[in-house]
Design a protein around this ligand. Structure first.
Ligand SMILES: [Zn+2]
Length: 320
């Protein structure tokens, strides 16, 4: 009998779980609230309890599973199976995820960071079409990334490979949380788009609904900005053009460096869909050299919020 996989996508507000076949088809899916109280001390016990509870519920036992894979925020040590510095989980000290989850469930455990597992998910069952060369960028609260090159997920010497969000797109740009200036994340994350809109609105002299909303002291979002741009608002269109240009520079250089079959764009900001994609494509074409321009495709992510559990489960394929 084929063994099953468990994928866990650990996030700051919810933790998502899924039971999958080794082919990557989801059979069961559930989620729990992530309890970040008491320095995140409840998180791992809650995960163990939830897995054990659902195994019982589905009348399954530990030996029917090849392994558990988990995507986590923070700095992950894949070998030791530990996490540190996941501040949205209140995890400031070293967490023994592998040791505790293996002991608590009796199932082997593998871990990687959340952006990498989302990349693995989109590569395996989503827009990546299981190609050996896929880059993934997620435009959300921050900008994350993951790179599969020649069939392998890249980690780099300190586990920091694929951090597309910290590619410099404007040397004189905004200060990033990482301490340097002009990172892609400062202009292409949800908050980055709003920051670009605010600054451009200050200098904009024409008529614009986006400017009106800001001048009235109301909040805007990246979604409002994209929606207004779609409706033809002149300032909103300028903002989207600028964001698209920065994305074109960053993704163009990802293409020039790695020549993947595709660069998959996911995350909340990518909900702007083909409207955003088409504009990024124009700049991507401008900033890539011919062989890359002709062979590396830009695509929208297809899996939405299940990319994490699917990619996480794929980590456990090493135990099959
Ligand atoms: Zn940065």
């Amino acid at each position: 009998m084929d063994k099953k996989l468990i994928g866990v996508d650990l996030g700051g507000t919810t933790t998502k779980f899924a039971i999958l076949t080794v082919e990557g088809d989801i059979q069961q899916r559930w989620s729990i609230d992530t309890n970040v109280l008491d320095e995140g001390a409840h998180i791992i016990p809650d995960i163990i309890e939830s897995i054990n509870h659902h195994m019982k519920l589905y009348d399954m036992t530990a030996d029917q599973f090849a392994g558990i894979g988990m995507g986590s925020p923070g700095t992950v040590d894949r070998k030791l199976g530990t996490v540190i510095g996941a501040y949205n989980l209140n995890w400031k000290t070293l967490q023994q995820a592998k040791k505790e989850i293996e002991a608590g469930t009796g199932i082997e455990f593998a871990i990687d960071n959340d952006a990498n597992v989302a990349a693995l998910g989109e590569r395996w069952k989503g827009a990546g079409e299981n190609d050996d060369n896929v880059a993934f960028v997620t435009l959300g609260t921050g900008v994350g990334g993951g790179i599969i090159a020649d069939g392998h997920l890249l980690h780099g010497t300190a586990g920091s490979a694929g951090e597309i969000g910290h590619i410099t797109v404007d040397p004189k740009g905004y200060l990033c949380t990482c301490g340097k200036h002009g990172c892609l994340e400062t202009v292409a994350s949800a908050t980055g788009v709003v920051r670009v809109a605010r600054d451009m609105a200050e200098e904009y002299a024409g008529t614009s609904q986006l400017k009106q909303i800001l001048d009235d002291g109301n909040e805007i979002s990246s979604k409002i900005t994209f929606d207004l741009a779609k409706q033809g608002d002149p300032l909103a269109k300028m903002v989207v053009d600028k964001v698209a240009k920065y994305l074109g520079i960053a993704l163009g250089n990802v293409g020039n460096t790695l020549n993947p079959a595709c660069i998959v764009i996911g995350g909340g900001v990518s909900a702007a869909g083909t409207f955003l994609l088409d504009q990024v494509q124009a700049y991507f074409d401008e900033y890539t050299f011919p062989q890359v321009r002709e062979t590396t495709k830009l695509k929208l992510a297809e899996l939405g919020n299940v990319a994490g559990v699917i990619g996480a489960a794929s980590l456990a394929l090493e135990f099959v």
